[in-house]
Design a protein around this ligand. Structure first.
Ligand SMILES: Cc1cc2nc3c(=O)[nH]c(=O)nc-3n(C[C@H](O)[C@H](O)[C@H](O)COP(=O)(O)OP(=O)(O)OC[C@H]3O[C@@H](n4cnc5c(N)ncnc54)[C@H](O)[C@@H]3O)c2cc1C
Length: 398
């Protein structure tokens, strides 16, 4: 290949944006096709902690660490694990630390702020909003990108990056894998002006994240920027459950106060101020069944690859966004360094990238401390706390 390959990214999530930024820093032209109409088209989800060797390392590679530090919340790194009876099993603010170099070094940031930092750094018009991809088709060493909006002319590229999340439209062109239901559902809502209007709830959470756990359920609250608290009600239930109990109709119909009453009933007998979250009006409500793609691999293709959730979606385990960013940034470097390489060298480089991201993803999927452990039978808070303490003790010895 004598000329540069033309590159397109599908999906302007953190993985796609990190890849685009690294490419532009190295003067490689790139276009990003994004299904959403704009940055504010939907609720952006909660707060993410940036880990030093993954998410934060990418921010440094992308020359955006200073921008990040302006909005990073170093004060929100606390974690509490609480039982259904109110017993506090783990509290990082009261001395349960992990005592490694990561300790105190995983600042939080709202996803919307992080995404905006990357968007602001890209050259204008890099992201094509409202251009959702329906499928990609490989033919004659090119990839044709077809759009959901049939009025849009299909686009042809040499290389397409699937950064379009769990239900990627790029993935089916290179892999038959389909995410499987993890057995767990999150009902996600958020509350505004918590300190101002509901100081008793602010006092309960204080900072960071509080997980009240037990009997295959969880009530997880997380402080976000601007006096917002995000609340996840977590259940180990079949996907049909929200419909069966009438929750889906209430959520879809915007009857969120009634949905809250129904949720509150699920926590009957729990002795925690966290149930108070259901007594105040929420500002959004979504039902999220959680899916997973485990130990996923595929045959390397010279014209397409994947980053982030498109290849490794998992129930929240604290690394998804960090890894998506790292995948994207590492791929950006690989593309930039090989963009005019011959077929053999190019394929070798893409294969090496894929091996690396797959190994990383698989290792995280093998980790013991996961959402699956937390949302389990009986006193899961006590078990999760014990596992967490063991893991931190082991990490501190390294
Ligand atoms: C409740 C919850 C909490 C989490 N908490 C954390 C955490 O604390 N720390 C952490 O590291 N990770 C966390 N994660 C995981 C993290 O959110 C994901 O791993 C991460 O967002 C993956 O990034 P991505 O760029 O690969 O995909 P996504 O963030 O899913 O972005 C994909 C993008 O592609 C777009 N898109 C989708 N389909 C198309 C299409 N057909 N055409 C064009 N565009 C398309 C989407 O609109 C989106 O903008 C959490 C996940 C959940 C569900």
């Amino acid at each position: 290949m004598s000329s540069q390959r033309s590159v397109a990214i599908v999906g302007a999530g953190l993985g796609g944006l990190a890849c685009a930024r690294i490419l532009q820093l190295r003067n490689i032209p790139v276009v990003v096709y994004e299904r959403e109409a704009s940055m504010s088209a939907r609720q952006q989800g909660g707060s993410l902690d940036m880990h030093p060797d993954t998410g934060f390392a990418v921010l440094e590679m992308a020359q955006l660490a200073d921008e990040f530090k302006k909005v990073a919340r170093y004060e929100d790194q606390g974690i509490k694990l609480i039982g259904m009876d109110g017993t506090l099993h783990f509290d990082s603010e009261a001395g349960d630390h992990w005592d490694t170099e990561d300790d105190g070094n995983r600042p939080e940031v709202d996803r919307i702020q992080l995404r905006q930092i990357f968007l602001d750094a890209l050259t204008p018009d890099t992201v094509k909003w409202g251009q959702g991809v329906s499928k990609v088709v490989e033919k004659d060493n090119k990839v044709t990108v077809h759009f959901i909006d049939s009025a849009l002319e299909p686009a042809v590229h040499d290389f397409v990056v699937g950064a379009d999340g769990a239900w990627s439209r790029v993935r089916p062109a290179i892999s038959p894998a389909v995410p499987e239901y993890s057995g767990m559902i999150y009902i996600d809502n958020f509350i505004k002006d918590v300190q101002k209007k509901y100081p008793h709830l602010a006092d309960f959470l204080k900072s960071g994240i509080a997980l009240v756990l037990g009997d295959n359920k969880g009530l997880i609250s997380q402080r976000n920027a601007n006096d917002v608290v995000r609340v996840y009600s977590a259940f180990r239930k079949p996907t049909s459950w929200p419909e069966e109990v009438g929750l889906k109709a209430l959520v879809d119909g915007g009857r969120w106060d009634e949905a809250n009453q129904l949720l509150l009933k699920q926590y009957e007998g729990w002795n925690t101020p966290a149930t108070g979250y259901f007594q105040v009006p929420p500002f959004s409500m979504d039902i999220r069944p959680l899916y997973a793609l485990r130990h996923h691999s595929w045959d390397t293709n010279a014209h397409m690859t994947l980053v982030g959730d498109a290849h490794m979606v998992a129930p929240p385990n604290g690394v998804g966004a960090n890894y998506a960013m790292l995948d994207g940034a590492e791929l950006g470097v690989v593309i930039a360094e090989n963009v005019s390489a011959n077929e053999e060298e190019w394929l070798k480089a893409i294969k090496a990238y894929e091996n690396k991201i797959q190994q990383r993803a698989w290792a995280s999927q093998n980790e013991e401390f996961s959402f699956g452990l937390m949302i389990s039978e009986g006193d899961s808070a006590a078990r999760a706390a014990a596992t967490l303490k063991q893991a931190f003790a082991a990490a501190a010895q390294k």
